[in-house]
Write a new protein. Structure first.
Length: 251
């Protein structure tokens, strides 16, 4: 047997041992799967993908038929002041995606393989992929990051595949804000995050096209405030990419 064959045999042997010690399981429900199943079992893929797809308003991210838009705005966001130029989403905040995002925020960072796949698909279909020059994860206050151990938006941002855009950490959350309760009014949520962000000295935002990245958009108050801060720092365009848009009926 020549060396190449010996190496191949070792590799297959190791993979076999590896599989025996750590059999492939669905990272959501832990059912056993084939290694080619991309981390989720068929049922979980179906459930997650049922939250994805559907036409949405590129201005606010809510479900909307493209025929129901007036000057690019759906009935829900018409007349609303939105500081980001366009939004892309993976899906709606339905049961399967919600479960996965909540687990992702509670330490299950290995879910980034599946969530990253969804985020990349949304980015590819966004229409602004080619324009992006910098990715900016929505920052956590340092104290919350200390408690959680990581910023889930940064973990998600690191999964994004782009031929030239870099990640910038020069947007900071300078004020500790209460967790936005799901049921709070849009005005209350906007007030809660007003003035909560700032750019770091030496930032590279002026004249650049930036894509903000976050896990969920509810009323959009956080994304709006981040986009406003980036525009005040001279950003040319600000896009937003989120996994899920909440606060609407899931069809
Ligand atoms: Zn599963
Ligand atoms: Zn809209």
């Amino acid at each position: 047997m020549d060396m190449v064959k010996v190496k191949q045999a070792c590799r297959f042997g190791l993979r076999g041992v590896n599989h025996l010690l750590w059999p492939a399981v669905c990272i959501s429900c832990r059912k056993s799967i084939c290694e080619t199943d991309n981390n989720l079992c068929k049922d979980c893929w179906e459930q997650v993908l049922s939250c994805a797809g559907a036409d949405y308003c590129r201005r606010c991210g809510r479900d909307a038929s493209r025929y129901g838009l007036v000057a690019g705005a759906c009935p829900d966001c018409q007349g609303k002041e939105i500081h980001f130029d366009q939004i892309a989403r993976s899906g709606v905040y339905g049961e399967a995606l919600r479960k996965m995002i909540l687990a992702f925020k509670k330490g299950r960072t290995e879910l980034d393989s599946v969530l990253g796949f969804l985020a990349n698909s949304a980015l590819q279909g966004s229409g602004f992929y080619d324009d992006v020059e910098l990715f900016v994860p929505v920052p956590l206050h340092w104290f919350r990051r200390l408690v959680r151990g990581y910023n889930q938006s940064l973990v998600l941002t690191k999964t994004l595949k782009h031929r030239r855009a870099q990640i910038s950490a020069d947007l900071a959350r300078i004020r500790y804000t209460k967790t936005q309760p799901m049921m709070a009014s849009p005005a209350a949520r906007a007030k809660n995050v007003a003035g909560a962000f700032a750019v770091r000295r030496g930032h590279q935002f002026a004249g650049r096209n930036i894509c903000l990245v976050d896990d969920i958009k509810t009323t959009g108050a956080t994304l709006n405030e981040c986009a406003k801060t980036l525009k005040e720092a001279g950003a040319s365009k600000v896009f937003a990419l989120v996994l899920a848009v909440a606060g609407q009926k899931v069809g």
